[in-house]
Design a protein around this ligand. Structure first.
Ligand code: EPU
Length: 314
């Protein structure tokens, strides 16, 4: 379908009309967006936000596509994919703080921090995601979440103005962030100097622990469910006997039950059906309603009340 994109965007930005979203997500399922725009610089992101808003065209932000299930029908909206905005540099006078553009991956942040002899980000190793997505969802691991390190986030308002918002760890909760739903331009991460060997050692230990229990090389959206208070979704799903359960090409990982993996030919609808079956099995086995962690974009055959809860995008 062709669309009326403002000339300023068509002329100046990288625009892919009708681009498939599946390959832009880590799970690898989903149909096309109306159009995908890839800003390469902060000015381009600002231009895109301003022009799309002025034209009344709704849009969504996409980073690494790692916490996301896109429907097979795709999305009748514009997607701003920030993967080209990946600079990380020293923040002003503070040698131990890094300013990271929204599209910089957490992997790159961990690696740049190590190269500079800056400690604090090691616990983020192995988390697939960009800084923008991780700020919006407070992505994290066992030791830390990104929100624990943030001192400032720059947002782009709908009219294209930017605003630097100071923040501290107390503003964030378990996978919750005051910046959810905003357009994030960059974020300042506060680290502290340490020896490169010590930093590398901690990176290696964290990654090894993850690799022992998680299907890191499989296509997945990361953990499908949040952990309910005081419990582990992975353990609950495992105890309900769902490990290895599959619908079409979607399977509950035999390695870690909170991961649904795409074994090759999965459709988004397979994933949705499997999610509903897992939720039913856990409810019957232990009486717990598993809360979804991932976002769902586009229209699905059926949106069960449980699937709808907490699954609204941006
Ligand atoms: N467990 C099982 N069976 C399984 C999986 C786990 O019995 O199939 C048990 C484990 O043996 C352990 C407990 O459940 O006793 C907790 O498991 P784990 O240590 O793997 O931690 P988790 O709570 O499942 C959380 C995050 C992960 C993060 C890891 C490690 C959530 C929903 N998950 O997993 O984050 O990588 O800690 O830091 O908070 C993500 O959010 O996408 C994600 C992968």
């Amino acid at each position: 379908m062709s669309m009326d994109l403002p000339d300023a965007l068509r002329d100046e930005l990288l625009v892919h009309e009708g681009a498939d979203l599946g390959p832009r997500t880590t799970l690898g399922v989903g149909g096309p967006a109306l159009c995908v725009i890839e800003p390469r610089r902060r000015e381009e992101l600002i231009l895109a936000v301003r022009e799309l808003t002025a034209a009344g065209l709704p849009f969504r932000m996409l980073g690494h596509g790692s916490n996301l299930v896109v429907s097979d029908a795709g999305l009748d909206e514009v997607v701003l994919h920030t993967r080209g905005m990946k600079n990380i540099y020293h923040h002003g006078e503070q040698d131990a703080a890094l300013r990271c553009e929204a599209g910089a991956t957490l992997a790159r942040l961990v690696s740049v921090a190590h190269d500079m002899g800056l400690a604090g980000a090691e616990g983020l190793i192995g988390i697939p995601g960009t800084v923008g997505g991780a700020v919006a969802g407070n992505a994290g691991g066992r030791e830390i979440a990104l929100g624990d390190l943030l001192t400032e986030v720059t947002l782009v308002d709908p009219d294209g103005t930017t605003r630097a918002v100071p923040c501290s760890p107390k503003d964030f909760g378990y996978r919750t962030s005051p910046f959810a739903g905003h357009v994030i331009l960059d974020a300042v991460v506060q680290l502290c100097p340490d020896g490169k060997e010590q930093i590398f050692d901690r990176m290696r230990r964290t990654l090894r622990a993850k690799a022992e229990s998680q299907p890191l090389s499989a296509s997945s959206a990361g953990c499908m469910f949040r952990n309910p208070a005081g419990a582990s979704s992975g353990a609950l799903i495992d105890r309900a006997g769902c490990k290895g359960l599959s619908v079409g090409g979607a399977q509950v990982s035999p390695e870690h039950a909170n991961f649904i993996v795409n074994t090759g030919e999965a459709m988004a609808e397979d994933v949705r059906r499997l999610v509903v079956r897992v939720q039913q099995a856990v409810r019957e086995h232990s009486g717990v309603d598993l809360p979804l962690e991932v976002e769902w974009w586009g229209a699905f055959e059926e949106r069960t009340p449980v699937l709808g809860a907490g699954s609204d995008a941006e």
